[in-house]
Design a protein around this ligand. Structure first.
Ligand code: PLP
Length: 413
């Protein structure tokens, strides 16, 4: 049998809608400078789907630094993996700056967040170890678990009683096998916006022996007094053994890093397969990251402005009766009920007639009958953006409630 045959029969859960969705709901093209207003199919939209939390993507100093570094070094430099020929003083300087920011002894850069966290998990754990992880962890963590040849136990999302149950099982097994335990959760869950219960999990270290890895992709730059993340926010940064962050969100770039104790980070530096067998981050990105970290630390007003907008948007939605769940971060979900055609018809109305561009999540990512719109407020949004959006959602939700979006199938766009 041709191995490709099955791929042609079934495009996968999202791909099966591709003929109707492509270019609009899937793979849309937002054009113009990154910001709260961008062009989509030739018309200006208010954009709520970019993780440009601090508005750094278009910060003049960021743009100037990125451009100069690209002109000075080109995208090739340095060539090769860090370990072989791709190390520079700038890479090491950035690692030092990040360690200082994170309050950790050392940091190693990861050329992509996704592969970086997978490899970190892979490098830390052997077949005798047990991983205990939150059920709603990001796909990159789940793929890291797939590489793990030992046992793994999942705990119900943010459920500390269930975590304890799983820790007891893990403790027994690791004793028998002579391995250790790694607990993994996230600082801020990127769909629902609720924080991981880092404080409660860290407190369990008094009762159980485990190491604690936190993926703080959405917390970096947005949470904590200095923006160091959710560990800082909850006062337990020192109890987190390894904190993973990406530049792909607040950092408005690409690349990631993991911070922790010197000896452990050095181990990861020498043993993370996605880093030792892959090209290092190009210098323009590294130099650009140094500028971003400098701005994050020197200008707390960017984070203050982000939170001003977060509070306005979330309060506005709650006051208007919207269910935005348990978010306690900038990530702002709006929970509604409807089938997939209704959800897409509403999204189409929001985009075409109200000029609101935001992400929409439906089955199979979430259970059938649910719709989640996910809004990402940033420091760059203005009051008018928020007001227009609140009004647009109020009007379209009324139409949804009146079944005005009931259509037989996903509208053709
Ligand atoms: C929680 C979380 N972890 C890891 C990643 C992967 O990071 P990157 O985009 O830098 O590969 C993401 C990105 O979407 C994320 O949201």
């Amino acid at each position: 049998m041709d191995i490709f045959e099955k791929l042609l029969k079934h495009m996968g859960p999202i791909g099966e809608h591709s003929n109707r969705a492509h270019g609009y709901f899937a793979f849309p093209k937002l054009e113009g400078e990154i910001g709260p207003r961008m062009n989509f199919r030739g018309n200006e939209k208010i954009v709520w789907s970019l993780n440009n939390y601090l508005g750094l993507a278009n910060h003049p100093e960021v743009r100037a630094t990125d451009a100069k570094a690209a002109a000075d070094y080109g995208l090739a430099s340095p060539m090769g993996a860090r370990m072989m020929s791709g190390n520079t003083n700038y890479h090491e300087k950035l690692e030092k700056e990040l360690s200082d920011y994170m309050g950790k002894e050392d940091t190693t850069l990861l050329n992509y967040g996704y592969q970086g966290i997978m490899s970190s998990i892979d490098a830390i754990c052997n077949r005798r170890d047990v991983i205990v992880y939150d059920a709603e962890c990001h796909a990159s963590i789940i793929d890291g678990l797939r590489l793990h040849q030992g046992h793994r136990y999942v705990f119900k999302h943010n459920d500390i009683d269930d975590l304890e149950k799983q820790l007891k099982r893990a403790e027994e097994l690791s004793k028998t096998n002579g391995g250790g335990i790694l607990v993994i959760t996230e600082g801020v869950f990127g769909m629902a916006g609720d924080q991981g219960k880092l404080k409660e999990i860290a407190a369990l270290k008094d009762k159980y022996e485990f190491r604690f890895l936190v993926d703080d992709a959405h917390g970096f730059g947005t949470m904590g007094k200095t923006g160091a993340g959710t560990g800082e926010e909850q006062g337990v940064q020192d109890k987190i053994d390894l904190v993973f962050n990406t530049f792909a969100k607040s950092g408005a770039s690409i690349g990631a890093f993991i911070s922790g104790d010197k000896a452990i980070i050095n181990y990861l530096r020498y043993n993370s397969r996605s880093q030792i067998f892959a090209k290092s981050i190009p210098l323009p990105l590294v130099i650009g990251h140094l500028k971003r970290v400098e701005l994050m630390r020197k200008h707390p007003e960017m984070k203050a402005k982000l939170w001003e907008n977060v509070n306005k948007l979330q309060k506005g939605l709650r006051d208007r009766g919207f269910d935005i769940g348990q978010t306690n971060s900038p990530v702002t979900p709006i929970y509604l009920q409807g089938d997939i055609p209704e959800a897409t018809a509403m999204c189409l109305d929001l985009r075409e007639n109200y000029n609101i561009f935001c992400s929409i999540v439906v089955y199979p990512v979430i259970p059938k009958g649910q719709i989640i719109y996910r809004l990402i407020p940033t420091a760059a949004h203005g009051d008018e953006d928020i007001e227009l959006t609140l009004e647009a959602f109020t009007q379209t939700k009324a139409k949804l409630d009146k079944k005005e979006y009931k259509v037989a199938e996903i509208p053709m766009v």
